[in-house]
Design a protein around this ligand. Structure first.
Ligand SMILES: *Cc1c(COP(=O)(O)O)cnc(C)c1O
Length: 377
């Protein structure tokens, strides 16, 4: 390798993070180094990643259609399962149509550049997901970042935006570090008043807050992106949902739709089964809510500080220095898998452990987790 590059990379690396290697299947518990840990670190909110119906759908599809299609959607990559999944997502979300992408990261990379140009202005919440930030950068549109959830500042920017062709307000539906919800009623009112497009990335909300934040607040959004890698089966895939003219435009010009392989059919079949379960088993959401409030009150009884909220993301605040990291490591030794978030992912002084609850957790899993938090406290 080129010596200059080698030297520079070495000096920049320092002590790099090493990814944890997990054995066995994703579930409410996972195996790490031969030990079983209660898994409070995954996005499998409805517990569908291990649902027998989801796994069976993937297996049947594998037997019938094989694994991959070795082509993009616009060539010979489209199978009927892709179209069925797009229809199913649209019906679930309450949109006219949906377009599949390989991931929500891809969906967010593909949506802005396809729709907007230098005549347009994007208004983006400061805590929006990395993929939104990158997707916005790939477009030619002007961009304004408003402080997190600061509706007054957003309004000031909108009022100043002069003769833009389109104004587009972009927000996460649920923010992944704090678990807080976008102020959709206010954003939707601003969009109406300033004739702006409202776009929401509902990756942490789809299937968790009903169909998502739009349904939760009873406010329609213009463009919705989401993932199949969290509550809807936890495998992989993303989508953009909205009116048919939007999705048709994306199919014509969106680069991460056109210039990449179609989603592997078994993944699409699994997501289709997961959406069916999310629609027909309201008890999963009920259990998720019960589990979340049980763990919140158990941690509160132990004296832990948490950011308030209703989402199964529970930010347990361990402010200052390496406390969050030390507690996360101690919890792993005590049989609970959690991760600490520190600067630059969250501001200094807001270090925390992000706990994520699933409908697949049993009372026994949660009691084990709470007991470990008790020993570590
Ligand atoms: C997880 C997440 C993504 C990425 O989803 P993938 O389908 O895994 O690429 C995008 N946006 C938000 C807000 C997310 O939370």
């Amino acid at each position: 390798m080129n010596a200059a590059l080698l030297t520079r990379l070495r000096s920049e690396l320092g002590h790099p993070r090493r990814d944890l290697v997990v054995s066995g299947a994703q579930g409410p518990t996972v195996e790490v180094d031969g030990r079983t840990l209660v898994n409070l670190a995954a996005n499998d909110y409805l517990g569908l990643a291990g649902a027998p119906e989801v796994l069976a759908a993937a297996r049947e599809s594998l037997d019938e259609l094989g694994l991959g299609v070795a082509a993009g959607r616009v060539l010979c990559g489209t199978r009927s399962v892709h179209s069925e999944l797009e229809e199913s997502i649209a019906e679930f979300i309450g949109a006219e149509d949906a377009v599949l992408y390989g991931s929500c990261f891809d969906a967010n990379l593909g949506v802005f550049d396809a729709l907007l140009g230098p005549e347009d202005v994007i208004f983006s919440d400061a805590l929006n997901h990395a993929s939104l930030i990158d997707g916005i950068r790939l477009s030619q549109a002007k961009r304004h970042v408003f402080p997190h959830a600061d509706v007054a500042e957003l309004e000031r920017l909108l009022a100043d935006s002069g003769n833009a062709r389109h104004r587009v307000i972009v927000t996460d539906g649920v923010f992944s570090m704090d678990g807080d919800l976008a102020a959709l009623p206010q954003l939707s009112e601003l969009a109406r008043r300033y004739d702006a497009v409202l776009m929401v990335d509902d990756s942490h909300a789809t299937g968790v807050l009903g169909a998502g934040t739009a349904e939760h607040f009873g406010r329609p959004v213009d463009i919705l992106t989401g993932t199949l890698g969290k509550a809807l089966g936890g495998a992989a895939g993303g989508f953009v949902a909205g009116s048919r003219v939007l999705t048709e435009k994306l199919r014509q010009v969106s680069r991460p739709y056109i210039f990449t392989n179609a989603m592997a059919p078994p993944l699409a079949a699994a997501a289709l089964a997961a959406i069916r379960l999310a629609q027909t088993r309201p008890e999963l959401r009920k259990r998720l809510a019960v589990n979340t409030s049980w763990l919140r009150s158990a941690l509160a009884d132990l004296g832990y500080e948490m950011l308030p909220g209703e989402h199964p993301i529970i930010p347990v605040m361990l402010r200052g220095g390496t406390r969050a990291r030390d507690v996360a490591a101690a919890l792993r030794r005590e049989g609970v898998l959690v991760f600490a978030l520190s600067h630059p992912v969250v501001p200094s002084g807001e270090e925390r452990i992000r706990v994520q609850v699933s409908a697949a957790h049993t009372a026994e899993h949660l009691e084990r987790a709470a007991a470990a938090f008790g020993r570590v406290a």
